[in-house]
Write a protein that binds this ligand. Structure first.
Ligand code: ADP
Ligand code: NI
Length: 198
């Protein structure tokens, strides 16, 4: 099996699913998650190939994005087999994606799941995370912010979720990058506050 060719086929496969996305889950998100999953896998002596592939395919059966998650998952499995992956490697990828997609907040049991979860979380913070949060919020009809503390807004999402991500990282390299990106969102929130207090 030619790993480079499999990665190329995976890129072609995901393109139509995410090319029109305006919720922060475009092909660019899949590529960044794949890149970071690969980097972290190298650090953790996990397979960079399986990590990159899992990153590219990780959101295909996300309930936010797919109208038929069972079907999306079955189609992905069939593709992995058609591309020549062994049953064992298909299962490892599926298991890693499952722990990240369906058990958010849970710690994956495998290193492949851990690097994939770290890569996906990194993309929710830093400058890219800021952009994605407002894209997601806008697409879902959510306000940027509100004077009403109880209202869910994109700004409140930072406090509820994004500012806690750095504490939840699985790998040392992921944590280091998360700490850097955390400073970016903290700085952003300080400036936002400064410009919006009237
Ligand atoms: P993924 O779908 O990539 O696994 P998430 O579902 O956690 O990850 O979120 C995707 C992106 O959308 C992240 O950048 C996240 O911060 C953002 N997001 C999720 N829920 C909200 C929300 N209620 N308001 C604003 N942004 C959100
Ligand atoms: Ni994702």
């Amino acid at each position: 099996m030619d790993q480079e060719h499999v990665i190329k086929q995976a890129h072609e496969y995901i393109e139509p699913f995410f090319e029109e996305d305006v919720t922060g889950h475009g092909v660019d998100h899949m590529k960044r998650v794949a890149l970071w999953a690969k980097r972290l896998a190298i650090q953790e002596e996990e397979s960079p190939f399986l990590a990159e592939l899992a990153g590219l395919l990780h959101d295909l059966d996300d309930a936010k994005l797919s109208s038929n998650t069972q079907r999306a998952k079955a189609d992905r499995k069939a593709k992995l087999q058609a591309w020549g992956l062994s049953k064992e490697n298909c299962d490892r990828i599926e298991n890693a994606i499952e722990t990240v997609s369906f058990q958010k907040g849970r710690i994956p049991q495998t290193m492949l799941g851990k690097v994939l979860q770290d890569a996906d979380r990194l993309d929710a913070i830093g400058a890219v995370g800021i952009a994605r949060t407002f894209a997601f919020g806008g697409a879902k009809g959510q306000k940027i912010h509100s004077k009403d503390d109880g209202e869910k807004t994109s700004i409140s999402h930072f406090h509820e979720k994004l500012l806690h991500i750095k504490e939840k990282m699985n790998t040392d390299t992921g944590r280091k990058e998360a700490e850097y990106r955390h400073k970016t969102i903290e700085r952003f929130l300080v400036e936002f506050e400064r410009e919006t207090m009237v």
